[in-house]
Design a protein around this ligand. Structure first.
Ligand SMILES: O=C(O)C(=O)C[C@H](O)[C@@H](O)CO
Length: 256
């Protein structure tokens, strides 16, 4: 059996726009629905969602039937957490709160088998298709995609150093935490926040490093694409469900 090619990794490397959806429902049924809806990627969040490895396996299995590349956000830049996420079959991770080149290098090392990194070895994991992928330990590194989140003022000051770390495939700008870091908590569209996002995206584009972001606003998404966003989440499953349920309830309550 061949190791799975990471379509998302190669697409962003070629500058091909990848549209995704954020998933916080911790649901394998939700994962299957989203993965088959035509998105290029689906982000399974474990930082701000009660998502843990056992449930994540079912979500990854469910997403397999669709076109969306699963991306998992570990709760922290921790080699043990990252190892477990990769072992259950994720090939792309989004590492939160990276502020220095050293932290970016730590994240990359956690995803690579020696000698490139420190990922603990298991040839019988789901990622290795339970031992069916020949020489998995020797070839796995090639299809791993590491996205790092830049979401503080300090990280923006060191953006070029972070982006230049070997093995960093893309840089996601976290608008909510960045707004908080800039003194505008909850104000993602504050002019200072938007200026910082635009500046970061244009700097990353000049470096040839794909920028990414999340927004639930189509207008904002178009603006970010103009500023250079390559991978962009245009909403979340929680948002779609909550807003849709609210609207439906309102429409019937209006009937009186
Ligand atoms: O800072 C951000 O914005 C992100 O990292 C995305 C959020 O964590 C996501 O959960 C949406 O609020």
């Amino acid at each position: 059996m061949q190791n799975k090619r990471n379509a998302f990794k190669h697409a962003i490397a070629a500058g091909t726009r990848q549209i995704g959806l954020w998933s916080s429902l911790c649901s394998n049924i939700g994962a299957e629905i989203i993965a088959e809806s035509g998105f290029d990627w689906i982000l399974f969040d474990t930082e701000h969602s009660p998502n843990e490895v056992p449930g994540l396996v079912a979500q990854l299995q469910a997403a397999q039937s669709g076109t969306a590349t699963p991306i998992v956000r570990p709760a922290w830049n921790d080699p043990v957490i990252i190892k477990r996420i990769l072992d259950i079959g994720a090939q792309t991770i989004l590492v939160p709160f990276v502020e220095t080149a050293e932290e970016a290098a730590k994240a990359v090392a956690a995803t690579r088998y020696p000698p490139e990194g420190i990922r603990g070895t298991s040839g019988s994991s789901r990622a290795a298709r339970y031992g069916r992928v020949k020489d998995y330990l020797k070839i796995a590194n090639r299809e791993i995609c590491v996205l790092v989140q830049v979401e503080t003022a300090g990280a923006l000051e060191r953006l070029e150093e972070i982006a230049a770390v070997p093995g960093v495939d893309g840089v996601f700008i976290g608008p909510s935490d960045l707004a908080a870091s800039l003194g505008h908590v909850g104000e993602l569209n504050h002019p200072e926040v938007q200026m910082a996002i635009e500046d970061a995206m244009r700097r990353l584009t000049r470096l040839g490093k794909p920028p990414g972001i999340l927004t639930a606003s189509e207008t904002d998404a178009q603006r970010y694409i103009e500023w250079g966003a390559v991978f962009i989440a245009v909403g979340s499953d929680v948002g779609l469900l909550a807003r849709g349920a609210d609207a439906l309830a309102r429409s019937f309550s209006a009937l009186g």
